[in-house]
Design a protein around this ligand. Structure first.
Ligand code: 6PG
Length: 251
């Protein structure tokens, strides 16, 4: 991470330590806000251990479930309940056991037409705006307390893929992505960069040796989606030892 940006990296030993550190960030963000808390979850395999941890003690009883709302940063057009459905994975790992149903805000892909992901995107945008109480984001009043993110092998994050015009979207909060760059090759819906940025903290979780190649490119400041995703507040990269590129001195 360059010294002149608002991102910082926290190195942890392994995926277990990564999940525990991430869980502490979730607790800190819920404790810092005594009103309604909004957390934007991510899909992929990296956050699963964190999600499972949140449903267990000592975390579970420290989360004020009644006032925490759970959103998702991107969704894939697969049936609800499919293990590749991002919100279903989060539901199975912790939400269905812990969160009131009305506090879970999935992207409506299950009943929508995959040929028109823009329609689901527009519905979710409306839901986010109604939760926020305005249709323009105010820099001083972030939409989310915490946004969780992951990184794909091509440097994508959420469903913002390299070279996709969705990356340059500044007006819409949520967009349809007709074509994915990586598996599963199904249409997606994703929050846009300004929407994801509207948070007190954005936290990436990156673990495993198979992330080393993409982290090498990201740390070399390549213009990739994951390098363009920043919070207007704090941006934290939680990275486990196996994922750290060999020649990276840590900054
Ligand atoms: C998605 C994700 C995506 C994910 C990365 C990392 O729906 O595909 O939200 O952005 O976070 O691809 O995925 P892994 O955690 O599985 O490596």
């Amino acid at each position: 991470m360059a010294a002149n940006d608002n991102r910082h990296m926290i190195e942890v030993a392994d995926p277990t330590a990564l999940a525990a550190t991430a869980a502490e960030h979730v607790l800190a963000r819920t404790a810092a806000n005594n009103g309604r808390v909004a957390i934007c979850l991510t899909g992929g395999s990296s956050p699963r251990q964190l999600y499972q941890l949140l449903a267990t003690e000592p975390y579970r009883s420290r989360i004020p479930w009644q006032r925490v709302h759970w959103f998702i940063g991107d969704e894939r057009f697969v049936p609800a309940g499919d293990p590749l459905h991002n919100m279903s994975m989060a539901r199975a790992a912790f939400l269905d056991q812990c969160a009131p149903a009305e506090n879970i805000h999935p992207i409506p892909t299950a009943t929508a037409d995959p040929a028109d992901p823009g329609r689901s995107a527009a519905l979710y945008e409306r839901e986010l705006q109604s939760f926020y109480g305005a249709d323009a984001l105010d820099h001083d009043r972030p939409l989310f307390d915490l946004v969780l993110m992951g990184v794909g092998p091509d440097g994508h994050t959420a469903s913002l893929f390299p070279g996709d015009p969705a990356l340059d979207e500044t007006a819409r909060w949520v967009v349809g992505v007709p074509k994915a760059n990586v598996a599963p090759f199904v249409p997606r819906v994703t929050l846009t960069l300004p929407t994801l940025a509207s948070c007190r903290e954005m936290m990436f979780e990156v673990a495993g040796a198979d992330k080393r190649a993409i982290l090498t490119r990201l740390f070399a400041a390549e213009n990739l989606p994951a390098n363009r995703a920043r919070s207007t507040g704090e941006t934290v990269w939680l990275v486990d030892r196996a994922a750290i590129p060999e020649n990276f001195g840590g900054q």
